[in-house]
Design a protein around this ligand. Structure first.
Ligand code: CO8
Length: 258
């Protein structure tokens, strides 16, 4: 597939999608979102791919939705087309693990896109923010919802109301990102994490993703029951037998995604 606003490479079992609109700090427009969804769906359908990395440039993961594109839109247009809604839904339907590898600006829709991934590895230069209020709008893809669950009400209010940026160190301290690494090591660290995930049973990895995500959608009681039932169901897989046998035989497990 030929893309203009992203690049896509597959190395071993990992698809790396790089946002690539350098002149616009990787701002998200209709074309980029469409291409991103296509690339993610292709990775989902490719049996060889076991993990996905979404990244940008050293300067910007993405500086938000494209302001030039949005500036002329009317309420009727954004409401009728459900602006970015179907794209966000499609991203959330990807069942394989997605790691966001963030350097530079992750602002507005860029921060929200990173939060749609399963976890975020940041470089020391990463800056997160929900500065939409400066444009006379507010977050629309999770900046008032996911961010609040990730970092708590006080910090989410601070970010959304003042529009200030959060650096990588504060983002890690607040639980927004899982680790911070030097900018030169970002790709290597993300690839190493993706390689680790690729060694696991894909069935189990998808179940983990579904279960952790469920914790944001439901009550603790329902979530715990969901988790327990998924755990029980894993005893129907060959990979559970293999994983436990390998432990007892003191060897590496050979998972077959069955
Ligand atoms: N959209 C379009 N173009 C952008 C964007 C953007 N979000 N961000 C940067 N650019 C462009 C600039 O216009 C500039 O282009 P040009 O050279 O043609 O003028 C180029 O990128 C470089 O940017 P700067 O010259 O501004 O670079 P600086 O290093 O001085 O500043 C910043 C970098 C801090 C990232 C700055 O560009 C900035 O503040 N950008 C805007 C950040 C922002 O407000 N983001 C939020 C956008 S709104 C949003 O994301 C809503 C998402 C929800 C969607 C809802 C769906 C339901």
């Amino acid at each position: 597939m030929a893309f203009e606003t992203i690049t896509v490479e597959t190395e071993d079992h990992v698809t790396i999608i790089t946002l690539n609109r350098p002149d616009a700090m990787n701002a998200l427009n209709d074309q980029l979102m469409g291409e991103l969804v296509s690339a993610l769906q292709a990775a989902q359908e490719n049996d060889k791919v076991r993990c996905i990395i979404l990244t940008g440039s050293d300067k910007a993961f993405a500086a938000g939705a494209d302001i030039k594109m949005m500036s002329e839109k009317t309420f009727v247009e954004v409401f009728s087309e459900d602006f970015f809604g179907p794209d966000a839904d499609a991203i959330m339907r990807i069942r394989k693990p997605i790691i966001a590898a963030v350097s530079g600006y992750a602002l507005g829709g860029g921060c929200e896109l990173a939060m749609m991934c399963d976890f975020i590895i940041a470089s020391e230069t990463a800056k997160f923010g929900q500065p939409e209020i400066n444009l006379g709008v507010m977050a629309g893809l999770g900046g008032s919802q996911r961010l609040t669950r990730f970092i708590g009400k006080s910090k989410a209010m601070d970010m959304n109301l003042t529009g200030r940026f959060m650096d990588a160190e504060e983002a890690e301290r607040s639980g927004l990102v899982s680790r911070v690494v030097p900018v030169k090591k970002l790709r290597e660290e993300a690839m190493a994490a993706a390689a680790k995930i690729s060694e696991k049973s894909m069935i189990t990895a998808m179940a983990v993703k579904e279960s952790v995500n469920r914790s944001y959608e439901t009550t603790l009681r329902e979530g715990l029951l969901f988790e327990r039932r998924v755990f029980h169901s894993m005893f129907a897989t060959e990979d559970q037998k293999e994983g436990m046998a390998a432990f007892m035989e003191k060897r590496e497990a050979q998972f077959r995604d069955k």
